[in-house]
Write a protein that binds this ligand. Structure first.
Ligand code: 4NP
Length: 152
């Protein structure tokens, strides 16, 4: 990977939150004309869904906003900690997992959400009803915009 900004979005299963973050980030970076500055991928701390496309509810939610999700699920590996210069954890459990692997470059995704000092986890929408995905979408758009503001 050649670009100076190499970002890995990380959640538990890599079929809901982190693929949405990846797709939204790429979409917003493209709109800002800075797409080429980034290498972006997503991964899960768990490996149960290895090889799977994102959850249909995640695909439907982002598609409603004109955003496609390129992800195929994979588990985080040790080499990701050196390959990527920023690891964006969706919640504190994911962050703890990355820190236990030895990461010193992992941070909570919602710490980039402008004005948010309150709840820093992106809630897992997997077991909930459909509108959980729309709430996750809104949080991730704000966080991705904040992240782009901080990097560009
Ligand atoms: P994600 O959601 O971490 O946002 O991809 C989940 C997807 C699957 C499972 C848990 C969370 N699971 O236990 O299979």
């Amino acid at each position: 990977m050649a670009n100076s900004h190499r970002l890995l979005f990380v959640c538990l299963g890599n079929i809901c939150r982190s693929p949405m973050a990846e797709g939204i980030f790429l979409h917003l970076a493209n709109e800002r004309g800075v797409f080429n500055l980034f290498d972006v991928d997503s991964a899960g701390t768990g490996g149960w869904h290895e090889g799977a496309r994102p959850d249909p509810r995640a695909i439907r939610t982002t598609a409603r906003h004109g955003i496609q999700l390129p992800s195929t699920a994979r588990q985080v590996v040790q080499n990701d900690l050196v390959e990527f210069n920023l690891l964006l954890a969706m919640d504190s459990a994911n962050l703890g997992h990355l820190n236990r692997m030895g990461a010193d470059n992992a941070i909570l995704m919602r710490s980039f959400e402008p004005g948010n000092t309150n709840e820093l986890d992106v809630p897992d929408p997997y077991y909930g009803s459909g509108d959980g995905f729309e709430r996750v979408y809104t949080m991730l758009v704000a966080s991705c915009n904040g992240l782009l503001d901080s990097l560009c």
